[in-house]
Ligand binder design. Structure first.
Ligand SMILES: C[S@@+](CC[C@H](N)C(=O)[O-])C[C@H]1O[C@@H](n2cnc3c(N)ncnc32)[C@H](O)[C@@H]1O
Length: 316
């Protein structure tokens, strides 16, 4: 299967089995994978897309690749590394924040699949593959879980189609769609997920790319209105609450070079994103404090809030 590369805002390709590895070529880099500290990282793909399409421009820093650098991934370019390092200079803890989001993803997916029997996930703002991707965590609990990954980054989509592949019993699908285009996401997801049954929508480290002018709470409400009772929505969102001046400086550095730009939100603004849906305990909390596992290391500073809400049987 060749990667799709159109410039339409939405496109979809269902790949319930692994048929996309041909979309990826081995990196021609002679360098062994390493993070920005030089430590080897065992999970890096060391792969490069054969053809990510005309929207791919490595000279412009992109959120998924900057984030991959902070995570210790390999799939980034000099412009991404420069943007990531500019932010680190203002707020070194950005690295811990990014690395705290992935364990949250694993905890919340385990909680949903294990304790609530959720078998369908809509992961919007997928990011580049990293350890414990949504389908891996979910399908370890129930191999028949169905996952739809959504992103706008052509590099993410090429890697997702190649590397985020399902068990035989389950399914992974991929949508090239902007979070703001909720009708396209709902229609595309409905090709793989049964929206009459509960779905968990994951909006992890994506809503801070949606400015207030685009009304992120309305976007969340539109998505959750399309879901069956018993569905869930999980959110993580950048905040400046714990170090306002450093985070403001870090955001300024990021927004100077990354066209997408980010916005920080306070605890009450993050809570408002859930639109009054009932929050699962412990509510909206620093990401490391959301149901930490007993074996979790002591939490590092992370400028992200996390929360999970449930779609009730009767809407208010
Ligand atoms: C910081 S990464 C988060 C990855 C993953 N959710 C996680 O928490 O590890 C943000 C991802 O959201 C995607 N993204 C940003 N704005 C988007 C939008 N408006 N619509 C769809 N995807 C978007 C980026 O391409 C990137 O892959």
């Amino acid at each position: 299967m060749q990667p799709t590369s159109g410039d339409a805002t939405t496109a979809t390709a269902t790949v319930c089995q692994d048929s996309a590895v041909g979309a990826i070529a081995q990196s021609d880099s002679a360098e062994p994978p390493s993070d920005h500290s030089g430590r080897p990282q065992s999970w890096m793909s060391g792969l490069r897309p054969a053809d990510p399409g005309p929207r791919f421009d490595p000279s412009v820093p992109h959120p998924a690749r900057v984030y991959a650098f902070w995570l210790g991934g390999k799939d980034h370019y000099p412009a991404d590394r420069k943007a990531a390092e500019d932010v680190i200079r203002s707020r070194p803890q950005v690295v811990e924040g990014a690395r705290a989001t992935r364990p949250f993803l694993a905890r919340v997916v385990r909680y949903l699949a294990g304790e609530h029997g959720i078998r369908q996930f809509l992961d919007i703002g997928t990011g580049l593959p990293a350890p414990d991707n949504t389908h891996e965590v979910a399908q370890r609990i129930a191999p028949n879980c169905r996952i739809v990954y959504v992103d706008t980054d052509p590099l993410v989509l090429v890697h997702a189609r190649a590397l985020l592949t399902s068990t035989d019993q389950g399914c992974c699908d991929y949508l090239d769609a902007d979070l703001r285009d909720t009708p396209a996401i709902v229609a595309g997801a409905a090709r793989t997920l049964d929206l009459a049954q509960p779905v968990a929508v994951l909006l992890l480290a994506i809503l801070h790319f949606i400015p207030d002018a685009d009304d992120p709470a309305r976007i969340v409400a539109t998505l959750t209105r399309a879901l069956a009772p018993g569905s869930f929505v999980a959110i993580t969102q950048l905040t400046g609450d714990f170090a306002p001046s450093q985070v403001t400086a870090g955001i300024a550095a990021y927004n100077t070079v990354v066209p997408a730009g980010v916005v920080a939100r306070t605890h009450s603004q993050v809570t408002a994103l859930f639109g009054g849906l009932p929050l699962v305990a412990p509510g909206v909390v620093p990401v490391t404090e959301w149901r930490p596992s007993p074996t979790s290391a002591s939490p590092c500073p992370a400028d992200l809030y996390a929360g999970l809400a449930r779609v009730p049987r009767t809407r208010m």
